[in-house]
Design a protein around this ligand. Sequence first.
Ligand code: ZN
Length: 200
Amino acid sequence: MAELARDWDRPHSRVQNELTATALALIAAHLEDLPRWVQARSSGLGDEAIADLSGTMACVVALALDGWPVSGLPDIGDAVKALRRWSAGEPVSQVAGALGVPVARLRRQLVEGHSELTPRRLTTSDLGARYGWTPSAISQYRRKGTLPAVDGLEGSRAWWWEATIDSWENARELHWCRECEHAFVAVSGLKEHSTRIHGC
Ligand SMILES: [Zn+2]
């Protein structure tokens, strides 16, 4: 590990974080397969064969079932526990607790995209970026019930599963301003905006 960190010219802790995030992302896709992997192995199937069945690599199977080959990294059992908490909608503090990392660090990693806990949770600022909405527009949409009910709260901050927002968007027709990539829920909103902002 120390050597790896030197070669990459990055602090040891940073490499450790990146490896953890990568492991989480690799295993996250197969969370549901884990019980079957354990069963398949105990019935004598090799990791290659198990990996083939799930469309992954043998090293991912080994990583999930045996953990890291070197010590000093978070236990993969902990990572799986953390992922289960995340997909059950538990707050980041609980997920960080299961991983044994400081909450602030995990939060920063999630925001910066270093940690890929899946499925994704979207915050109001993610909605702002996606639809070009201001925070006050978003609270109005929430109050009026235009947006779906939140899937969870992180402290006082609302979040939705990406799938909740995707299916909400698919089920309704949003009106997009082509000039500024801003979405409107009503066609009248788009018309008013086009006249006021773009003069057409
Ligand atoms: Zn516009």
